[in-house]
Design a protein around this ligand. Structure first.
Ligand code: FES
Length: 140
């Protein structure tokens, strides 16, 4: 089969490092995380910094949802929790969430999906704030 070959061949665009324009900084409210399906990342505004965080949990790769009630990323697979900046809070993840290269170009935020930087060490707490409210993992 050609099916196996198809599965192994790289995507014609994107995988080799596509640049995705996501909007202007004013489009992203402080403390928000906006999912960009095209690149499988979140654009977050920590209030002081913008990041493009990979959706892929640094533990075993599940898609990490953003929990609006707590204002944190909470992985339902094994309970890893990350703050708005993607920094490690708790759980089995070995580090914070990985980040794609993000730059301001002519007033637009541009994410380069070809450049992925490993998430910060577990001890990083630069953007850590108390949870805004209940965790999504504890809801029944
Ligand atoms: Fe996210 Fe295990 S894959 S905690």
């Amino acid at each position: 089969g050609y099916t196996a070959y198809e599965a192994l061949s790289p995507l014609s665009t994107g995988a080799a490092g596509g640049k995705i324009e996501v909007g202007t900084p004013a489009d992203f409210q402080s403390g928000s995380a906006t999912y960009v399906a095209e690149g499988r990342f979140y654009v977050v505004n920590t209030g002081s910094t913008f990041f493009a965080l990979s959706q892929k949990c640094p533990h075993l790769g599940c898609k990490v949802p953003f929990c609006d009630s707590s204002g944190r990323f909470e992985c339902a697979c094994h309970g890893s929790v990350f703050d708005i900046g993607g920094e490690y809070v708790k759980g089995p993840a070995p580090r914070g969430m990985d980040r794609y290269h993000l730059a301001l170009d002519n007033g637009n935020l541009v994410v380069n999906t070809g450049i992925l930087v490993a998430g910060p060490d577990r001890g990083a707490h630069q953007y850590l704030t108390p949870p805004k409210g209940p965790s999504c993992l504890e809801k029944s």
